[in-house]
Design a binder for this molecule. Structure first.
Ligand code: GLA
Length: 345
């Protein structure tokens, strides 16, 4: 079997979980909407041996070691160093009693909106022997994320990382949790550009979730609302103007995700790019999750010859932008390729 690393001890097992970039469909997952991410060729790998009744992990990327006695007792959100919270929360979620000792390596930048935490959760789950479907893994990892951070995130990141298949982006209906695989064309570069570190802990992410819930009290499920429905509640003043804008983003973003997936499948890169840029404007103007630095990066990228479109990606308030471009276009970012989801090596 070809090896993609240095020679290693055959008694040790390895699991690998990729990061993800969201091509379009942000802040739609927690209202059961549509998202269109892809797993990328940046990953977190755990090399380990099953041993004892503790999870002992060191990390090349983050400081400190963690040593978590099993079964997990106490609040995972208080574990130090902080990356250990995801490990403890996942072990707790699985009710793990058999431990492991190992080492984490990762080239997913943390705090960049590329789902390093969801990758860690999914990798830890497999290392601890998780046995179930991709959806079950994503749901367990989402609960672990909530326990570790207290942020009420949706399921996009974990489901992309658990379910992705090589060469494809993943169209997810976050209500049914149905997944459709859409090939990413070879004649299209997907480019990611880092803008600024951020954390969703203590950000306005939870406020956005609450604002969408408020909109749903007036409109019913946003996933089945139309732009006319949103205009109607606004005209009747049945919903405050801020929640109207949040609802308008979600409703129009769901429509853009479908149109984008169709454009990508049809090879219409120009229309796909137009939809990405429209998505960015909606996140900037209606959802208030962009920043001036992200806006500037998107504008620069979108104005570059060969670039079809660009947008902020993920939770926002910093992180990365994503662009699609003709192959080889110099964009200042790095090209990412669609890879398979979490797996044992
Ligand atoms: C973060 C969350 C996801 C999703 C995005 C925004 O990545 O973890 O669930 O809500 O933000 O689309």
């Amino acid at each position: 079997m070809p090896s993609d690393g240095p020679p290693r001890d055959a008694s040790r097992a390895r699991v690998r979980a990729p990061g993800r970039v969201n091509l379009i469909g942000d802040h739609t997952d927690y209202t059961g909407g549509l998202v269109f991410p892809m797993a990328i060729d940046r990953a977190t790998t755990i090399e380990f041996e099953p041993v004892g009744h503790t999870v002992e992990l060191s990390s090349d990327a983050a400081g400190g070691d963690v040593c978590i006695p099993l079964p997990v007792d106490g609040d995972p959100a208080t574990v130090e160093p902080p990356w250990g919270r995801y490990v403890a929360a996942m072990a707790s979620e699985l009710g793990a009693t058999s431990g492991l000792r190992g080492r984490i390596t990762s080239d997913i930048p943390a705090g960049a909106g590329l789902s390093s935490s969801a990758a860690l959760e999914c990798a830890v789950a497999l290392a601890l022997g998780f046995d179930g479907t991709a959806v079950e893994l994503a749901q367990a990892a989402q609960r672990a994320e909530h326990a570790a951070t207290g942020v009420p995130t949706g399921i996009m990141d974990q489901l992309c990382i658990s379910a992705a298949t090589a060469g494809h982006a993943v169209l997810i209906d976050c209500h049914t949790l149905d997944v459709q695989y859409v090939p990413v064309p070879d004649d299209l570069d997907v480019v990611v550009q880092f803008v600024a570190h951020r954390t969703l802990v203590g950000s306005a992410y939870a406020d956005r979730v609450a604002e969408c819930a408020r909109a749903e009290q007036a409109l019913g499920p946003l996933r089945s609302a139309s732009v006319d429905d949103v205009a109607d509640v606004a005209a009747r003043a049945a919903l405050d103007p801020m929640a109207v804008r949040r609802a308008r983003h979600v409703v129009t973003e769901n429509a853009r995700v479908m149109a984008f997936a169709e454009a990508i499948a049809a090879g219409d890169h120009v229309d796909a790019g137009r939809l990405m840029t429209a998505s960015h404007r909606s996140l900037r103007d209606d959802f208030d999750t962009s920043t001036p630095a992200m806006d500037a990066a998107v504008e620069r990228a979108a104005a570059t010859p060969g670039v079809f479109g660009a947008r902020m990606t993920g939770g926002g308030f910093g992180g990365c932008i994503v662009a699609i471009a003709e192959p080889g276009t110099p964009t200042g970012g790095w090209r990412v390729r669609p890879v398979r989801g979490v797996h044992r090596l």
